[in-house]
Design a binder for this molecule. Sequence first.
Ligand code: ZN
Length: 392
Amino acid sequence: MSLPPLVEPAAELTVDEVRRYSRHLIIPDVGMDGQKRLKNAKVLCVGAGGLGSPALMYLAAAGVGTLGIVEFDTVDESNLQRQIIHGQSDVGRSKAESARDSVKEINPYVDVILHEDRLDNSNVMEIFSGYDLIVDGTDNFATRYLVNDAAVLLGKPYVWGSIYRFDGQASVFWAEHGPCYRCLYPEAPPPGMVPSCAEGGVLGVLCASIGSIQVTEAIKLLAGVGEPLVGRLMIYDALEMQYRSVKVRKDPNCALCGDDPTVTELIDYEAFCGVVSEEAQAAAAGSTITSKQLKEWLDDEENIFLVDVREPNEYEIVNIPGATLIPKGEFLMGTALERMPQDKKIVLHCKTGVRSAEVLAVLKSAGFSDAVHLGGGVIGWVNQIEPEKPVY
Ligand SMILES: [Zn+2]
C-alpha cells in the first residue's frame, strides 16, 4: 500500500538549498518535488533523548523545514552514551535548547520550535495540531498512549519506536490507513512489569537503528514514496542481527479506532497505565487488604460495604459477589459520598487496585478513615478465590 504525499511542495528551493540537497535531488523518487515537500513539512519529535537524538539530526540533515521538539528535561552525563544530539559541554543544559543548537549546526535552514513542557492532556492537542506528523521517542507508557490517542483524534500519522537492551521495535500508526498503537497493545502492561531503559539498560547504538527507521518512514510519508510501515511491526534483534516484520491488523474492537469506540477523547493516562499517585499510595499504606482477608470477612458476614469502583461494562464481565457498583467518577464528583454508610466498614475494589487506591484517598480525606481497599483488585480475587471466573 503506497500513500499519497502528506505535504504539498514548497514553492522553490534556493540555490544554497539545491547545493545542500543535491544527493537527494538526483534520486529519481525524491527529486526536486520530494525535497520541496520536505522543506514544507512540519514534524514534531516527542523527546530529544535516545530515539529523538538520531531522529532530529537526520530529519534536520534531510531538510525537513520545521522541526518541533517536546522536551522539558536537562542533559545528564548518563544520557551521553546514546543521546548523541547532546555533547559533554551540554551537561546541565536544557535538552530542548541543546537539541536546537545541534539541529541548527547541522542545517541552519530548519526552523526549530521548542515546547519545553511535559506533554499532557492540557497541551497535547494544541501542540500536535501544528504539525503534519509525529515522531515518538518517549520511554513511558502513559505518554505513549497519550501520543497515540491525540494522533488518532487529530488524524495524524504517528511514527513509533521503542528500545530496550538489544531489542527494538518500530511501526507507523495511522488510524485512517491502518492500526493504531492500541490495536497492537490494547492495555498497558501492569506497572513494574516492563522495566524502563533507566532500570534495564539499553545498548546506545540501538537508538540509531530504530531512530533511523523512524526517520526513513517519516521521509517516505512526507514525500509519498515507497511502502510505509503502516500495518507492520518491525522487530530488530541486535544480538542476532535480525530484522523481521510482522503484520499488525486494525482491530475492529479497538477502544479508540475500532467500529464502536469507547475512547472518544483524552483519558487519564496515568491511571490507565497504573501509575499510582502519591496521595493514593499514602492512603493505601496500611489500608490494603488481601483477597483472602476479604473472603474471610464475607464468609463471616462481617459488617462491610463492598464497593466496586470500576465501570459498568467491567462489572458485567466479572464481579465479586455482593459488591455495589459505584464508578470512580462519582467519587471524584463527590456524588457517591452520601451513599457511604457510617455504620459499616467500607471496602473498595477495582480491576487491579490502582483506581480503588485513588478513591480511597478521596474517602479518607472526606473522613472515612477506616476504609480499606483490595490489593490486586478483582483480578487478584479471581486468581486466588474464584479461578473459574473470567479475567480481562
Ligand atoms: Zn486502534
